[in-house]
Design a protein around this ligand. Sequence first.
Ligand SMILES: Cc1ncc(COP(=O)(O)O)c(C=O)c1O
Length: 353
Amino acid sequence: MSQFWSDIVHQLDPYVPGEQPQDHRYIKLNTNENPYPPSPKVKSAIQNYPFESLRRYPDPESSALRRALASYLELEPDQVFIGNGSDEVLAHSFQTFFEGRGPILFPDISYSFYPVYCSLYQIDSQPIALDAELCIDLADYRTANGGIIIPNPNAPTGIALGLETIRNLLENTTSVVIIDEAYVDFGAESAVSLVADYPNLLVIQTFSKSRSLAGLRLGYALGQAALIEGLNRVKNSFNSYPIDRLASTAAIACLKDEAYFHQCREQIMLTRDWLKIALTKLGFKVYPSSANFLFVRHASSSAAELYSELKRAGILVRYFKSPRIDNCLRISIGSDEECHALVDSLKLILNNA
Ligand SMILES: Cc1ncc(COP(=O)(O)O)c(C=O)c1O
């Protein structure tokens, strides 16, 4: 608290990310990072980067990376916007498309940064309840609104919507619809193919999860040129150089290693299948996941206690003390070794319960 803060700052309830302990004591299954290192091509691109160029500012338009992404996704460069992590892209999108309109709609159980952007930009919101099985029913979104944002797959549940369901939503609204595809590469269908058909669709993706580059901070939005131009106006009123030279060099190299990308995501999906079976045998209800995490609820043990016991055993998972999900845990898919360690710890904890 300070007399020097503006009114809005007093009212903010900032986002709290999952713990990032600075020592390496923990098996980290709490922030949906990729257990595998970035592509070796990324390593050599960074190692071979001409060091002396760092004295210069980067390209404010991130033109080379935009061209690389456009060609990878079969879009035009003016349909691509790049930001410092998809969190920054989301923040700019809320300000560009949602500020000053009616209430925006998003699931009541969803990415907890959305309400934070709403309070930062003073945007009204109307959370829409997930059903009893924690699924989104897009029929519930056919109500007057100032915009819609849906994570697909949803976080923290991991449950995905099909592409036709999203097309159907777009057919029935003129509001801007943002599909946050942070986890789409782990088994869901991307809405990028719909960009050409819907001028109100913005798809947001990230290099943080399926491409193992959370530490570089790179996210991007895909949409028709008029939407992207709006984002550029906001970005250029905020920070001309959000993407540094090393990050864009690394990202371009990353896009060139398709084989490694598929190898890692397929391994993560295999581990997810194994972990789902192992957790089910231990008495967990495991929600269907198309993401690199599982959302689980134990039949008899409380999530808060399991979270604490796992932490004591050196394993971090995510526990949200929020209505309806305060007895659930979100567990990121780690390496096979990490997931075996998790299951072994859970067996001990549950046997002693
Ligand atoms: C649904 C969702 N969207 C966006 C993000 C932000 O990712 P980043 O800023 O690392 O690109 C996250 C991060 O966990 C997320 O869960």
